[in-house]
Design a protein around this ligand. Structure first.
Ligand SMILES: *[C@@H]1O[C@H](CO)[C@@H](O)[C@H](O)[C@H]1NC(C)=O
Ligand SMILES: *[C@@H]1O[C@H](CO)[C@@H](O)[C@H](O)[C@H]1NC(C)=O
Ligand SMILES: *[C@@H]1O[C@H](CO)[C@@H](O)[C@H](O)[C@H]1NC(C)=O
Length: 261
């Protein structure tokens, strides 16, 4: 009798263990270093401080580099932006804030795809980054769920050269339009971040103006200007990333209401 009970327990336990983790609401994270996360990174060393808003939760998963779902943990982009030192980014605080605002939201799946130092040309259709983003987005859907939005934070690398800054709008909008089309989701919500930093203040303003102008459907912008930076004056600090994550969550919940079931 007790042996049967033990065997039943063992069976149930191994069943739970072998259940694949899968999310119901999926978010793509792309762009450059401030999306990958450099909070707490100084002199190429991460201080390993994880704020409460970025701690692991069974309701927040991430798509690993090998395209399996695992419980999400900082640094979220460690195995994706793998040639750089990653720290705290906006993804975890974004997910925590959504769940705090809407406890019935469902299991969140984050798909890290950001690569530090990339300009907008390196995200154009045909580029490796673009291909990886589409591949990872497709893989994220294999266990069910729906892609809810793309979170995009990029443009610092386009503030070094006048032509790049002038071309930013055309290149960015081509990227948004192509990615929506290749994901078969022409109305995919996109939330982009207006730059907090750049290499040249004049060119940064040109890129920011494009981001703040925001004239595509289902595109929202949150402004990171003024959030505290690390010592390098380029990267958002950990508290800044926590705040940005909350801003992104509010932008999502306020602008992209639930579809009528
Ligand atoms: C980084 O290195 C510089 C130069 O060695 C030093 O002045 C600074 O205090 C370091 N910053 C941190 C956060 O360790
Ligand atoms: C995929 O990556 C995850 C997280 O790094 C790891 O736990 C898992 O064992 C890997 N799976 C395969 C099939 O390599
Ligand atoms: C973008 O980055 C690539 C690779 O670093 C570089 O070759 C290129 O000049 C940059 N700018 C543009 C507009 O492509």
């Amino acid at each position: 009798m007790s042996l049967n009970f033990f065997l039943a327990f063992l069976l149930a336990f191994s069943f739970v263990q072998s259940q694949e983790l899968s999310p119901t609401k999926i978010f793509l994270l792309a762009g450059q270093s401030n999306m990958a996360g450099r909070g707490g990174v100084n002199n190429d060393t991460w201080n390993m401080l994880i704020p409460p808003e970025s701690t692991p939760s069974p309701f927040i998963l991430q798509l690993s580099r090998n395209k399996t779902w695992v419980v999400a943990h900082e640094p979220l982009h460690k195995d994706i932006d793998s040639t750089k030192v990653c720290g705290v980014g906006p993804g975890m605080p974004f997910a925590h804030e959504i769940l705090a605002e809407d406890p019935n939201f469902g299991v969140i799946g984050l798909v890290p795809c950001a690569i530090g130092g990339t300009n907008i040309t390196q995200w154009a259709k045909g580029s490796n980054n673009y291909r990886h983003l589409v591949e990872r987005a497709d893989a994220s859907l294999r266990s069910g769920g729906k892609i809810e939005a793309l979170l995009w934070y990029q443009g610092e690398s386009d503030t070094q050269d006048q032509t790049d800054a002038n071309m930013y709008k055309e290149r960015l909008y081509n990227f948004f339009t192509n990615i929506r089309s290749d994901l078969n989701c022409p109305n995919l919500p996109i939330i982009q971040v207006a730059l907090a930093s750049g290499y040249n203040p004049t060119l940064e303003e040109i890129v920011r103006a494009v981001q703040l102008e925001n004239d595509l459907p289902n595109l929202q912008t949150v402004d990171a200007k003024g959030l505290p930076l690390e010592g390098d004056r380029l990267h958002l600090s950990t508290p800044a990333q926590v705040q940005l994550g909350k801003m992104l969550a509010d932008a999502f919940l306020n602008n992209f209401p639930k579809p009528i079931q």
